[in-house]
Design a protein. Structure first.
Length: 231
């Protein structure tokens, strides 16, 4: 499988696969990088699609970049990538993992996508932040006063981020979408993914015992079968 490394307006990127009229934009999750797309790209390439993956802010080759991985920066980058693929491919599709799915939902709600695949998507950021505040006994007033509060799970709660999430809920999504979700996902509650899927007519697959991060052999095997069925 071909692998061409490039920069799109200084965003480190990889274009995978032989030349095609069809491409998947691959948006990785937290603590990952553009190389995460390798296995997905192998399957997509076998089905005639190229894949374009890239590093989100503060990930991969952008770890030393003074450009934080917050939603407004993620949206800016996804807009740049979206404009690039529109100029170079006729058939544009999307794969979003975890926070990458959330950034995609905010950015691409009116973007001409043929198809979308989401793995363990963050679908309601306002609710997730509220849940995190409950987990660590942080009130809205405290977060508003302190502006930022680090948490034991390694994530920093931000008042600005919380306000953005409240002001920008996902209210429109018209892309034919398939979702793979693990029943033991601790970041997105099952009722949230079920309601989202009903509201936007998504094809939802729930893996019994699956977690937010599909890492062990059983979960990765299930993911591989799901991708084979949906790519």
């Amino acid at each position: 499988m071909k692998e061409a490394r490039t920069r799109i307006e200084n965003i480190p990127s990889i274009l995978w696969g032989d030349k095609s009229d069809s491409v998947y934009i691959y948006v990785h999750g937290s603590k990952s990088n553009k190389e995460e797309a390798r296995a997905f790209a192998g399957k997509a390439s076998q089905n005639g699609h190229q894949v374009l993956s890239f590093d989100l802010p503060e990930h991969g080759d952008r770890m030393d970049n003074n450009y934080p991985c917050v939603v407004w920066n993620g949206v800016k980058d996804l807009e740049i990538i979206g404009q690039y693929v529109q100029q170079n491919w006729n058939d544009v599709r999307l794969f979003g993992n975890s926070i990458g799915a959330y950034f995609s939902l905010i950015t691409y709600k009116v973007f001409p996508l043929r198809k979308c695949l989401f793995l363990s998507p963050i679908l309601d950021m306002e609710r997730l932040i509220q849940n995190m505040m409950k987990w660590f006994s942080i009130s809205e007033q405290e977060l508003a006063e302190k502006r930022e509060i680090p948490t034991p799970m390694g994530e920093t709660l931000s008042w600005k981020y919380y306000c953005y999430a409240k002001e920008n809920p996902v209210e429109k999504w018209c892309v034919p979408t398939a979702i793979l979700y693990g029943s033991k996902d601790t970041l997105t509650e099952q009722i949230v993914v079920e309601n989202f899927s009903k509201r936007f007519n998504c094809d939802l697959t729930v893996m019994d015992g699956g977690e937010h991060w599909f890492r062990d052999g059983r979960q990765l095997g299930f993911l591989g079968q799901w991708l084979d069925a949906h790519i």
